[in-house]
Design a protein around this ligand. Structure first.
Ligand SMILES: [Zn+2]
Ligand SMILES: [Zn+2]
Length: 429
């Protein structure tokens, strides 16, 4: 038997229905705020992520799925979505004359050791607002995500945010931070010792206990922000206050990737506790477009982990009426099958669900025992008697009642409408 690759996971029913709900709500909520679906290739030039995400990050230095293709070019499976969306925007001569609000959804890849809840192919949804430096875009994006999570049923969600300054004010902070970290180097973990030179802000993310102690005494970025960064941050916070988004300021929040500036934030749910409580993160990335060779285009975005989010979603409250189809012999099945197709067409978006129909004739006992196992609400029963008398039995499997309706087996649409009408009545009663 061929198995799935290590670190790769199939998403099957019933879990997949939560994925479907997340995708559907992403589409409706984000488009309501003016974000439009953008689909980019899963494979990109390796250089795109080396230049955007940054060589000093674990993502690029250790975790990328890199290949040489048959033409000798270094390509990779995308480890995240933002750089691809920005590349697509910069490549499109039409897009550049306007701003773009994009949302996306799809698989991402990181070649790391698989562990519980972390896969080599994982999935993210994301939103990117490209082309505006307005702090109201940052606040709207955070507000929109707050709405999104609550629509998913994750009601305890909260936001942590920080400003990490800009290319003008962050260098002097970095200098101070590096000075401080160097003076405490012997107490830091080995990863952090390396980070001092490659990506000193990342030290603030370290969860190793000894490092935490050092980090608590480190200089914080707030004391270094320039006037523009400060006023940008003030507007974001004021707007969030006005629309009632719950947030807390976290001066240690820096996010892992090199391209962020000013606003950075994470959505957190404490339901599972521990350190793996972030549902996703994002921030402003005004310098990303220049890093990959474009002009400077101010932008802000967010990416959420689908696997993680689904863990926090409540079970679906399925209100659909479920219907089991029971044809007792081949002739009955021949008459019934096209009627059932038509019923399904009429029931699109109506929450009447025909379940596990394998279109096989069986005796009534076998049918009813299958219907029972599936937890069906109704069974539609047709045998020789029903065919001959142009009728159909509807059995209510919960109330243990049955009734007969008159149908015309040679009129598919007419009969389907009768059946569906009856099911909708039952659903609404
Ligand atoms: Zn600044
Ligand atoms: Zn550390």
């Amino acid at each position: 038997m061929i198995q799935a690759l290590r670190g790769m996971k199939d998403i099957l029913p019933p879990e997949s229905s939560l994925w479907g709900k997340l995708q559907g709500l992403a589409s409706s909520v984000f488009s309501s705020f003016g974000y439009q679906l953008v689909i980019t290739p899963i494979v990109e030039k390796t250089e795109l992520f080396v230049r955007s995400v940054g060589e000093g990050t674990d993502v690029v230095s250790k975790e990328m799925y890199v290949f040489t293709d048959r033409g000798g070019e270094s390509i990779c499976l995308r480890p995240e979505g933002t750089a691809s969306i920005m590349r697509a925007y910069l490549n499109d001569p039409e897009a550049k004359s306007r701003s773009l609000k994009a949302w996306y959804w799809g698989p991402m890849f990181r070649y790391e050791r698989p562990q519980k809840g972390r896969y080599r192919q994982f999935h993210q949804f994301g939103v990117e607002a490209i082309g505006s430096n307005s702090p109201y875009i940052d606040a709207e994006l955070i507000y929109m995500l707050d709405v999104f999570y609550k629509k998913l049923g994750i009601n305890d969600v909260r936001v942590e945010l920080n400003s990490i300054g800009c290319e003008l004010c962050r260098p002097s902070y970095k200098d101070e931070l590096v000075k401080y970290l160097k003076s405490n180097e012997d107490k830091l973990c080995n990863d952090c010792k390396n980070r001092i030179n490659t990506n000193p802000l990342r030290v603030l993310d370290c969860k190793v206990e000894n490092c935490s102690k050092i980090i608590n005494g480190a200089p914080i970025i707030q004391d270094f922000l320039c006037a523009e960064c400060n006023s940008h941050n003030d507007v974001v916070l004021a707007a969030l206050n006005s629309c009632g988004v719950k947030y807390s300021k976290n001066p240690l929040l820096v996010r892992g990737l090199d391209y962020y500036s000013r606003t950075v934030f994470e959505f957190i749910s404490d339901k599972l506790g521990g350190r793996q409580n972030a549902l996703g993160g994002g921030g402003r990335y005004d310098d990303l477009s220049a890093q990959i060779g474009g002009q400077k285009i101010p932008s802000v975005g967010y990416a959420g982990g689908v696997e993680r989010t689904v863990l926090f979603m409540p079970e679906l409250d399925v209100k659909a009426v479920t219907v089991y189809v029971a044809a007792l012999d081949q002739e009955s099945l021949n008459s019934l099958a096209p009627i059932i197709y038509e019923c399904k067409k009429l029931c699109i978006d109506k929450e009447v669900l025909f379940i596990d129909d394998d279109f096989k004739a069986r005796d009534i006992k076998k049918h009813l025992s299958r219907a029972d196992k599936l937890g069906a609400r109704f069974a539609l029963i047709v045998g020789t008697n029903e065919l001959n008398s142009s009728s159909l039995v509807i059995k209510d499997l919960v109330e243990k009642k049955e009734s007969k309706i008159d149908v015309k087996y040679n009129e598919v649409e007419f009969t389907a409408k009768l059946i569906v009408g009856r099911m909708l009545e039952e659903k609404n009663s």
